[in-house]
Ligand binder design. Structure first.
Ligand SMILES: Cc1ncc(COP(=O)(O)O)c(C=O)c1O
Length: 455
């Protein structure tokens, strides 16, 4: 633990004593001694003692336009003074309507209806609930099962957590195992020796079809997939995989929900990646995070015209989709999202990501030559370095300890990484320049080298 000024020490003490963080190890509460983020600017976070750290994970995959933007603060302040709140049940508001229109424009295909939520989990919950509603109203109440995937992450509300495959075994919380089913890992590096990527994509799409046939197409309502598995370790499926899965879904009348909470808003160089990168137009897209660049909480579930129009029938007159959140589509959050999109457009952020992606990926993959790096994976401004350490006793713990050591060295040298066990995952602000990308990967390289020397 570093020496702290009085005020930082007090903050840390209050934090340890009272603040239960996400994924808290409850038995260790009071001992965490987390770094206190005090302020931020651009790609940097400053801790309580003024130490500057590169924001490697982009907050939580979300600080696309970077921190501390005055124009964003002004837009937020202006909307706060004009209309800080209105009930989305009773009235509408200008930022919400403008943003819904804009999202319909930016999204692929006929995804023209926007249901606003408070974040990613509530967007996923709303997509699953819309599937429930849709099938109930079409007179097929048995068609509700959701198929997700090992290592997928969809959030922390009950439905979103039930669709989540990550940490399923170590999860001490209940999930709905009856209405949710998880497919095996899609990571192409697991394919048998000699199997082509094409055959792996087909095999993984067959996993989906087999599951639909096993449970019965009359029971399966939706398939949910992140375009690439983000917090599962930036796992990129084999080319063509999503397209094959969409075909399977169409064949069995199963809805395809593309969870773009991480991949939306520029992470892969496009507003959304479903169509532009993976060549699919799903039935629903969920987004959040980069939608406001993390300045304020907001999520959205985009729904296709087909799913809405099929319910515009006389027998559905007056039937409500009883789902909504007090702060869904909050006017100030919508104003922040509009400002965020304006900044993207004015500053060419999507083009910037596309132009620097080859350099980012080259620097990432060059780490593969280091001893103790088992694999590097990435796409766009996203990457993962997977470390491995030989240990006869407990390889998982040895790998996780190595990850923590890399993390410690990175932080000493001015870089935040986000170790998920033995994996360092990167998704920095999208405004990162070439020399800052170099700085980030130089630090990581040195941290891995130091951690390896300490083994
Ligand atoms: C792909 C994906 N979906 C959904 C969520 C949940 O979003 P939130 O934490 O905003 O509820 C996350 C969060 O990391 C995510 O990565």
């Amino acid at each position: 633990m570093t020496a702290l000024s009085n005020s930082s020490a007090t903050i840390r003490d209050y934090d340890n004593t009272h603040y239960m963080h996400p994924w808290e190890v409850v038995a260790s509460m009071g001992k965490a001694d987390r770094t206190i983020s005090a302020s931020a600017e651009g790609i940097y976070i400053y801790d309580g003692e003024g130490k500057r750290l590169i924001d490697g994970p982009g907050g939580m995959w979300c600080t696309q336009i970077g921190n501390g933007r005055r124009d964003m603060a002004d837009a937020i302040a202006e909307q706060t003074m004009r209309l800080a709140y209105h009930s989305p049940w009773n009235t509408s508001c200008e930022p919400g309507a403008l943003l819904a229109h804009k999202l319909a424009e930016l999204s692929p295909g006929d995804l023209n209806t926007v249901f606003f939520t408070t974040g990613g989990s509530t967007a996923v919950d709303s997509a699953i609930r819309y599937m429930h509603f849709y099938n109930n109203r079409l007179g097929r109440p048995e068609k509700k099962m959701v198929i997700g995937r090992a290592k997928g992450y969809h959030g922390s509300t009950y439905l979103a957590a039930s669709a989540t495959g990550r940490d399923r075994k170590s999860n001490a919380l209940d999930v709905d195992d009856e209405r949710f089913h998880l497919l095996p890992d899609v990571n192409p590096s697991l394919r048998p020796d000699g199997m082509s990527m094409d055959d792996w994509a087909k095999a993984k799409a067959t996993d989906l079809e087999d599951a639909i046939l096993k449970f019965g197409a009359d029971k399966v309502g939706a398939f949910i997939a992140e375009p690439l598995l983000a917090s599962g370790g930036v796992i990129i499926p084999a080319p063509g995989y999503h397209k094959l899965c969409l075909e399977v879904c169409r064949k069995h009348d199963v809805l395809y929900i593309s969870d773009e909470v991480v991949t939306g808003f520029g992470r892969l160089g496009h507003w959304f990646s479903s169509e532009d990168v993976f060549d699919i137009v799903p039935d629903m897209i969920t987004c959040a995070k980069g939608l406001t660049s993390g300045y304020l909480p907001l999520g959205a579930c985009l729904i296709s015209d087909r799913l809405v129009n099929e319910l515009k029938t006389p027998e559905n007159e007056g039937v409500m989709f009883n789902n909504g959140f007090t702060y869904g589509g909050h006017p100030v959050s919508c104003a922040a999202a509009l400002k965020n999109i304006e900044i993207f457009e004015n500053e060419g952020i999507l083009e910037h990501v596309r132009a620097l992606t080859p350099h980012f990926q080259e620097r990432l993959h060059s780490l593969g030559e280091l001893p103790n790096v088992a694999e590097t994976r990435g796409l766009g401004f996203m990457g993962c370095v997977e470390a491995t350490v030989e240990s006869e006793d407990d390889p998982d713990e040895a790998n996780a300890k190595f990850g923590r050591t890399v993390d410690k060295h990175c932080e000493e040298m001015g870089l935040i990484v986000r170790p998920i066990g033995h994996m360092c995952v990167f998704s920095p602000p999208l405004i990162m320049k070439e020399k800052e990308i170099d700085m980030m990967f130089d630090i990581l390289r040195e941290a891995i080298t130091r951690a390896a020397a300490e083994l």
